[in-house]
Design a protein around this ligand. Structure first.
Ligand code: 5BU
Length: 225
């Protein structure tokens, strides 16, 4: 994975959470934020006007701005359903996403299934091992079990979506959502400051609305710390 190379070359630890519902808005923001990020995070199933042209366009932007694409699908199912969701349907996620998220709950089965596939284009995996949302029921044992599974499948798993570096293992990246320079609770989302996340051992900050609901220049508050 050449993510570290991008981080160094572009001097950024920012993953932009592009939670837009139209392609026009999505690609407009990619053109604004693209030069400042190492990862672009999508939620493909919230796009209202998805069509086949999307895949070509997103891959062109990736080439132009040099970032990885993370589809935050948070897969959580049995292997054969997961396979269809990842490779098939209308989105063909595996054909354009470099990285995907999967929930820890049944990640052992999904990773074992993925390992046995003869498919050449398999995205790398981040396991959701902690969440930012208020009232989520993940406990320390759950996170610890995610770590055990990640070690077993470290050919595919490159890290975790987590709030802190709970495993303290340099082979895995920690990507942290729920970031805003004004720490606050907003509905069920718990926002912590970039500094707080970095001090907790985060490698990459996932930031969405704190940037796109603001002046684009505020990207510099989150870019590198
Ligand atoms: P925000 O606009 O910066 O709040 O968006 C956060 C994004 O990160 C959004 O796409 C969520 O789906 C995603 N997310 C999160 O907020 N918290 C989590 O624990 C996980 C993902 Br996992």
């Amino acid at each position: 994975m050449l993510l570290n190379k991008i981080i160094l070359e572009k001097n950024t630890r920012l993953c932009f959470s592009a939670d837009f519902t139209t392609q026009k808005e999505l690609f407009k923001w990619i053109d604004i934020i693209g030069p400042h990020i190492c990862i672009l995070k999508t939620h493909i199933d919230i796009l209202e006007d998805f069509d086949d042209s999307f895949i070509k366009k997103i891959l062109e932007k990736k080439e132009k701005y040099n970032f990885f694409i993370l589809e935050d699908r948070k897969f959580a199912d049995i292997g054969k359903t997961f396979e269809k969701q990842l490779f098939g349907g209308i989105y063909k996620i595996a054909s354009w996403a470099d990285i995907i998220t999967i929930h820890g709950i049944c990640s052992e089965g999904m990773l074992s299934y993925l390992t046995k596939l003869n498919n050449t284009k398999i995205p790398k995996v981040l396991i959701v091992s902690q969440m930012s949302s208020i009232g989520n029921i993940i406990d320390t044992m759950y996170s610890e079990n995610c770590y055990k599974i990640a070690k077993k499948y470290n050919n595919l798993v490159i890290g975790f979506i987590a709030q802190n570096n709970f495993c303290n293992d340099k082979q895995f990246l920690i990507l942290t959502p729920g970031i805003n320079i004004n720490s606050k609770n907003e509905k069920d989302q718990n926002y912590r400051t970039p500094r707080d996340a970095i001090n907790s051992g985060s490698d990459i900050l996932i930031v969405g609305s704190a940037i796109y609901k603001n002046n684009p220049n505020c990207v510099f508050n989150y870019k590198i710390l």
